[in-house]
Write a protein that binds this ligand. Structure first.
Ligand SMILES: [Zn+2]
Length: 350
């Protein structure tokens, strides 16, 4: 794909360009908030309220011994570019009051499984793995797009719709910041990782239990993209895109589900467990989904005025069970993964 030529892009649009080869020019667009510092402050003031206190785990892909992806003619090392973007993103998140964890902060080797374990024990709200892409076939120096992955397919039990929500927000603002499209393999630039590894997906997304996404910002193998990716200001633009997406995701709210503990009620006829489903925008009543031991059940009642969900557990065998609940708020964001273990006592009737 030929990205830019000076004849197609008027001069006033150029914020930076580099001569590449004899005639091609590489450029990128400075985000509005980079051009006008007061606009950056305005953005931070507006969105800090939503992202402040959130815990974000950043995973710059590869690094250390894993420096195999070297990009176009060996000029764009993916491991280093991932780290540059992640460090800039860390700074934006911290500036906005978020707490940031990282799988690596320098060029070091971190095992794939260890990255997920670190994320799972960190207490973070969201995991973001940062990568740059390469095409499947040798010698392709023209493919380039921006994509964001979530785990599994909608029909799979492992699928968590909140991951696709996060992916959508991040993808939109990242692709816009880079002025890349999302590719033709997806309508909105988000993809299931089962497209790459059917039935398994990416290890970091499968093994990370907190909501997780993986961004493939651009192709290091693309002749033009590889040059932008080596410019630290451009890495900051990528980071800003991801940051904006996250801010806007949290501004749309995430429904909070809680188990009202000790509420299993036993009578001769009824046993029920109670939960609260709350969101400042309101809960989309039609979105409430309840699974009991991985099978969907419609044996529940939801009372939107109070946010109380009553799940009937009549006739369930005594012992351990899992109730999984998913719902969506009126802005379209789904709840984080919610699985409640319940223990049903053997009721001895008098
Ligand atoms: Zn990678």
């Amino acid at each position: 794909m030929k990205f830019f030529t000076s004849t197609k892009f008027p001069l006033f649009m150029l914020s930076a360009f580099i001569l590449s080869g004899c005639s091609s020019k590489i450029l990128y667009e400075l985000p509005y908030e980079f051009r006008f510092p007061e606009k950056k402050n305005e953005f931070l003031n507006k969105y800090s309220a939503f992202i402040s206190g959130k815990k974000i785990f950043l995973d710059p892909g590869h690094g250390g011994k894993d420096r195999n992806n070297k990009g176009y003619e060996g000029t764009a090392v993916e491991a280093d570019i991932n780290l540059n973007v992640a460090l800039a993103l860390r700074d934006y998140l911290k500036e906005a009051g978020a707490r940031v964890f990282m799988s690596r902060e320098k060029d070091s080797t971190v095992d794939l499984k260890v990255r997920s374990i670190m994320a799972n024990i960190s207490g973070a709200d969201i995991f973001i793995s940062i990568h740059h892409n390469a095409p499947g076939r040798e010698g392709d120096y023209w493919t380039n797009y921006t994509s964001t992955y979530y785990h599994a397919l909608e029909k799979n039990y492992e699928f968590e719709p909140c991951e696709r929500d996060i992916a959508k927000f991040v993808q939109r603002d990242l692709a816009y910041a880079m002025r890349n499209s999302g590719g033709l393999g997806s309508f909105d630039g988000t993809y299931s990782d089962y497209i790459i590894y059917p039935g398994e997906g990416f290890s970091v997304l499968r093994l990370t239990v907190i909501p997780s996404i993986l961004v493939e910002c651009g192709f290091t193998t693309n002749e033009y993209e590889s040059q932008r990716l080596n410019i630290s200001e451009f890495n900051k633009i990528e980071a800003w895109g991801i940051f904006r997406g996250l801010c806007r995701y949290f501004a749309a709210g995430v429904p909070e589900i809680k188990y009202i503990s000790g509420t299993i009620i036993f009578t001769d006829a009824d046993s029920a467990a109670f939960f609260s489903l709350l969101d400042s925008s309101g809960i989309d009543t039609s979105s409430v989904k309840v699974q009991l031991d991985s099978a969907e059940t419609d044996s529940y009642s939801f009372y939107p005025e109070t946010g109380i969900l009553m799940v009937n557990i009549n006739g369930i065998k005594p012992g351990d069970h899992i109730i999984r609940i998913i719902c969506k708020n009126l802005n379209g964001n789904h709840s984080f993964p919610f699985n409640q273990n319940i223990f049903i006592k053997d009721v001895i009737k008098p």
